[in-house]
Design a protein around this ligand. Sequence first.
Ligand code: ATP
Ligand code: MG
Length: 388
Amino acid sequence: MNKFTNGCVHVMNLLEGAHHIIETIEQAGGEAYIVGGAVRDMLLDRLPGDYDLASSLLPEQIIDLFPVVIPTGLEHGTVTVVLNHVPYEITTFRSEATYSDRRRPDAVTLGVSLEEDLTRRDFTINAMALRPTGRVDLFGGEQDIKERIIRTVGTPKERFDEDALRMMRAFRFMSQLEFDLDPATEQAITELAPHLAAVAIERIAIEFEKLLLGPGKQQALNAMLRTGIERYLPGMDAIIIEALAKQSLQGVSKDAVWTLALDAGLTRDQLTRWKRSKQQVHLAARLAPLVHRPLTDWDRYQLSDEELDVLRQMTGNDYPDRSDLPIRGRKELAVDGKDMIRFGLRKQQIKEALLHLEFGVVVHAFRNDQASLMEEVKRWHIQSENKS
Ligand code: ATP
Ligand code: MG
């Protein structure tokens, strides 16, 4: 079986699993539907990454129906049913009461109708429900998918006033799907952009990362500029967003996505305000200075094979791997710390001497054999003593 059929069988099984869950719930007297992103993706002829379900049954009723159920978010009415090792999130139909902090609903009410559940969702394209017997589309989601438009369910101002993160989600979906923004939705964002300041930066960062990785990044960022929302993103301004929009770097991985922002002018300090992981910040800071200049042997020596691969993908340059370098690490140097101690160097000097030798060997200035390197240490030592 080749890779393609393998993938198809897997995807078929995912959908079959979802249908099995729906039928089981229906036989128990409940209702269940595939909802959200999966319905949208199927209409777009894209393979959904996962199938989320919504049901009229309460979590405890769902727990009784399936052998393996994990109570992943009982307070929101969510459980995860595991079928053939595949997790399916099932959330009880719910509505959301007022959002007094513009971040999270004050309370969720379980056990409402499907219609209410769909009404609380953000965009028409994300607010459809599907079961084997038919599709429920109350807000013209299918039409908006045909016309490639991001439009809120209900009055845009009210919906962004409830949850300001939705404004960032609008741009994220624009970029991922290469859709346009409905003019009334855009106008509401222009008016309510300052509300974004109340949203946790971690949640904004997730949406912004997805935006930067999407094929419609340029259109999405240009739409952001039209609304002025960039002023409420830490460290960002119109110049950086414009630079991000024009960027030619391709094939960026999720781990390396912040390299784009540093390359566009965000500083490392500003990036820390986005509360990204240490690894993400570190990787971005290492890679950003390298994406627009040829790599020296010393650059290649300092990069890991994985980092070199990320740079190849981002720049389209076919950098040679590290196998042609005289050494691939300090351990391959023909001398080590002990040789430096025997020579009479102290702690700090040892570090500096080894770095000097390492650099010289990598850039082909010195041969990597013990005699030449010790000769070089002597020369380096006399020179540094003279300097101090
Ligand atoms: P992806 O494929 O990127 O996961 P998705 O549509 O599944 O896209 P999620 O963030 O996983 O997006 O959300 C799942 C669904 O929950 C959405 O399709 C939408 O119906 C609803 N939703 C998520 N976040 C919000 C929100 N802030 N306000 C209203 N509805 C939301
Ligand atoms: Mg999802």
